[in-house]
Design a protein around this ligand. Structure first.
Ligand SMILES: *Cc1c(COP(=O)(O)O)cnc(C)c1O
Length: 418
């Protein structure tokens, strides 16, 4: 049996130690879902959990549920459950707010730490190809502070070294690039930042639940990330935030709402931050959505990030090899690094008609997504993606391209969300 037959991939599924985990997800028939990097699939348990939160905790428990159903504790309790997946310790993580908002909080805290150490450090260094919200938040914060803060963007990771200088306060990087799937070495870039007197802020949106992350061991200073991508927390589920223990109580973050107060129900007129990670909370959380995050985390309890990483690399290797072997006569160019150490859990190709190609794939049940410029993006979630699906997805791609079906007029118009 060679790897150019579907049977080969079916046999890989039979040998896959993670194959039972797919049963934890409700995936529709007729769909090959390769967009778990944008919105994770629904854990089966989420429907019953949502019903329980709405009917029992809210409906029957009413206001009492803040105490009796653990609502008030939820951001911290979920943070503790998530911590092992990202190499963080107990009481180091909270699940709250959005990634954009959490980035604002940690960047502001990092700039204040630096202002106390060396007020000449006014530059936030990042990559131009970083996810736009990260850049917008940094720009907005620099404008708000109005003390000469600026954002310096580099065009490639190879330029980071030269860009982090004596004027640099923060090196703000996304661990796995959302477009290319390129993964950066967290330990070496954190070390580079420290060697130049800067702090390292990491966005784990495409890493948490996708690749092993070791925040403490890698010497990171701050981190944020999404729970609705590889962690399967549901659309718009609250994000997470981590701060290195040594920096946690150095300053409080600027969104100094009552949930981060030392005594929220003392109703004091003056803000006093709590000690510990809870000072990074702001206000009342969307509890129904927050509760869903736990259903996603529950699935991770059946495995570990090393096993997930091994399967993820097998899936992405197989996809790259099959696309190149079976669709190689079409103008597709791989943008994701081939080197394992530099690859996250997604594969991206460019195609001159990338948008239309992706629309044609989606109509045939192969769901990935499209990002400018010309990039078709496929996310591989080892919790539920099978090897046979990799084969089948490439066959659909080959058929779309060979038949030219993506050239149909209906695939040329764009929706608000691509
Ligand atoms: C998905 C993603 C975000 C999303 O931020 P939200 O505030 O949840 O909209 C932010 N940063 C990166 C790097 C992402 O990939």
């Amino acid at each position: 049996m060679t790897d150019s037959t579907r049977e080969h991939y079916v046999s890989l599924d039979h040998q896959d130690p993670l194959r039972e985990l797919r049963a934890h997800f409700a995936l529709p028939d007729g769909v090959i879902y390769l967009d778990g990097n944008s919105l994770g699939a629904r854990p089966r348990a989420a429907a019953a959990r949502a019903a329980a939160v709405v009917q029992e905790e809210w409906g029957t428990g009413l206001i009492r549920s803040w105490n009796t159903a653990g609502w008030f504790e939820l951001p911290r309790r979920l943070g503790n459950r998530l911590a092992p997946l990202i190499g963080a310790g107990t009481d180091e993580v909270v699940v709250t707010d959005t990634t954009s908002i959490n980035l604002f909080k940690v960047l502001a805290a990092a700039l204040r730490v630096q202002a106390a150490r060396d007020p000449r450090r006014k530059v936030i260094v990042s990559e131009a190809s970083n996810f736009p919200t990260d850049l917008y938040i940094a720009q907005g914060l620099a404008d708000l502070l109005q003390q000469g803060y600026t954002v310096r963007l580099v065009d490639a990771p190879t330029e980071i070294d030269a860009a982090v200088r004596e004027d640099t306060a923060v090196l703000m990087l996304t661990h796995v690039n959302y477009k290319t799937g390129e993964m950066l070495d967290m330990a070496s870039y954190s070390e580079l930042a420290h060697a130049r007197g800067a702090l390292a802020v990491w966005d784990l949106a495409h890493s948490a639940g996708a690749v092993p992350v070791a925040l403490n061991a890698a010497g990171a200073d701050y981190a944020v990330g999404c729970t609705y991508k590889y962690l399967n927390g549901g659309p718009g589920s609250p994000a997470f935030l981590w701060v290195a223990p040594a920096l946690r109580d150095a300053f409080w973050q600027p969104l100094s709402g009552w949930w981060g107060h030392a005594a929220p129900f003392a109703m004091e007129p003056q803000y006093r931050p709590q000690n510990g990670i809870a000072r990074y909370l702001c206000g009342t959380q969307p509890i129904t959505s927050l509760a869903m995050v736990e259903c996603g985390l529950d699935v991770f309890a059946h495995t570990d990030m090393q096993a997930l990483r091994a399967k993820s690399l097998q899936l992405t290797d197989a996809f790259i090899a099959l696309v190149e072997a079976r669709c190689g006569h079409h103008p597709l160019a791989l943008v994701t690094p081939r080197e394992h150490a530099r690859r996250g859990s997604q594969v991206s190709f460019t195609h001159p008609q990338g948008y239309a190609v992706m629309q044609a794939l989606i109509e045939r049940g192969v769901i990935g997504d499209y990002r400018e410029p010309g990039i078709i993006r496929f996310g591989f979630t080892p919790l539920y993606t099978s090897f046979a699906e990799v084969w089948d997805a490439v066959e659909v791609l080959r058929d779309v391209l060979d038949s030219g079906s993506h050239e149909a007029a209906r695939f040329q118009t764009r929706g608000a969300v691509t």
